[in-house]
Write a protein that binds this ligand. Sequence first.
Ligand code: SF4
Length: 276
Amino acid sequence: MSQAQPLEAGSRHDLRVGISPDAPDENVFKDDAKGAFGYCHSYETSSRYDGPGLRLVLFVSGCLLRCTYCHNPDTWHLKDGTYVSAQQVLDRLASFASPIRALGGGLTISGGEPMVQLAFTKRIFAGAKEMGLHTAIETSGFLGERADESYLSVVDLILLDIKSSNPDTYRKVTGRDLAPTLRFAERLASMGKPAWVRFTLVPGQTDDPANVEGIAKFVAPMKNVEWVEIQPFHQMGGFKWKAMNLEYKCADTPTPTPELVKRVMEQFRAAGCRVR
Ligand code: SF4
């Protein structure tokens, strides 16, 4: 693949598949031309949920986890993304930079998993910093060991998804090991790197009180964690599983009741976390 395609805006809720059939497998970590090119799902220009202030959120392709409740299975494979240059992304970002700066916001790269395309996302973060923008990454932390000091130096805030404190539950829900995420969290804490921990509350899968307690006790002593954010499961991504012919184990999973959300927030609060 050598020809960049147009960078389209859109939404994380758009279904995008099969756009770059020649793309490499996400497991091979093949960043093109030192990150000059990469694969993206879409971007949104006015998020207020993915970091402080008004955010431009870039959703990149590629993820090694297979969360049962994933809202965006069309970001798992590079081949489903659009092949674009980092410069295209930065040009687009530059056109929004003034209002974003004025509203105390910045750039967030989410996915998928941004650390699959390490050189590409680093190049974009570095360019955003040159524009004087705040930068944030949303990550599962599974590939945290790929992010060296120079990578983290261009990221101001880590939105770290900790999906479970129990290795068995984590494997059941994501298909992967929990340990790399916990190691990454501990490394960020030892660096004093600002982080928000995100916990997706999925009834019947992650809501067990002992599971919540385990995350709360792990996170509470970490002074770098500014917020724990509870993200209630929703069905907005369900149609993608169906359209992609994937077995969706959450088809009958309800959204959490207000009582359940309250109980979980109280568990985090009781452990000493700032939660919202
Ligand atoms: S880490 Fe995120 S993108 Fe990857 S499977 Fe899980 S929810 Fe989906």
